[in-house]
Design a protein around this ligand. Structure first.
Ligand SMILES: NC(=O)c1ccc[n+]([C@@H]2O[C@H](COP(=O)([O-])OP(=O)(O)OC[C@H]3O[C@@H](n4cnc5c(N)ncnc54)[C@H](OP(=O)(O)O)[C@@H]3O)[C@@H](O)[C@H]2O)c1
Length: 124
């Protein structure tokens, strides 16, 4: 049975790659990105009725809720949630100030990651 994927940060890299693989396997994809033009361009070769684009900056609580609701409106459910959007903290670990590490963990795990996962799971 085909699945519906909800992917954050689908406009490049791993997120775009997962989106393409899912679509090529016959699944449906809600590709979210803060820059929709970039996402549309990255996925231009796999565009079709099984692909929907939704704007989402994952740092925003209200945007996350709206994006999950739009995904469910479009395809009825979310089967696979890929919490991909994020960034790397570059530099020598011991030289980077503590607040850079704290911010990255807060942003990508404790804050947006868990919040987003809870929202998506509510509609799984
Ligand atoms: N590649 C690796 O070796 C590696 C290793 C460990 C972990 N990771 C993690 O795996 C994920 C994907 O990595 P990647 O290599 O594919 O990197 P990437 O090409 O830079 O992709 C990251 C994506 O996340 C998006 N993004 C960042 N902050 C966002 C936000 N606040 N809201 C919405 N989208 C946001 C970026 O969008 P914009 O284009 O708008 O910036 C970009 O499309 C990242 O979370 C990365 O930290 C990657």
């Amino acid at each position: 049975m085909s699945k519906t994927w909800f992917i954050t940060g689908a406009g490049s890299g791993i997120g775009a790659g997962i989106a393409k693989a899912a679509l090529n396997a016959g699944d449906r994809v809600v590709a979210t990105a803060r820059n929709l033009d970039k996402a549309r361009n990255a996925l231009r070769d796999v565009t079709g009725e099984n692909l929907a684009f939704v704007q989402l900056d994952v740092t925003g609580e209200s945007q996350t809720k709206a994006a999950v609701e739009r995904a469910v409106d479009q395809f009825g459910r979310i089967d696979v949630a890929v919490n991909n959007a994020g960034y790397a903290v570059m530099g020598n670990f011991e030289e980077l100030p503590n607040n850079r590490h704290r911010t990255a963990i807060r942003d990508q795990l404790l804050g947006r990651g868990l919040r987003y996962a809870r929202r998506a799971a509510g509609h799984a």
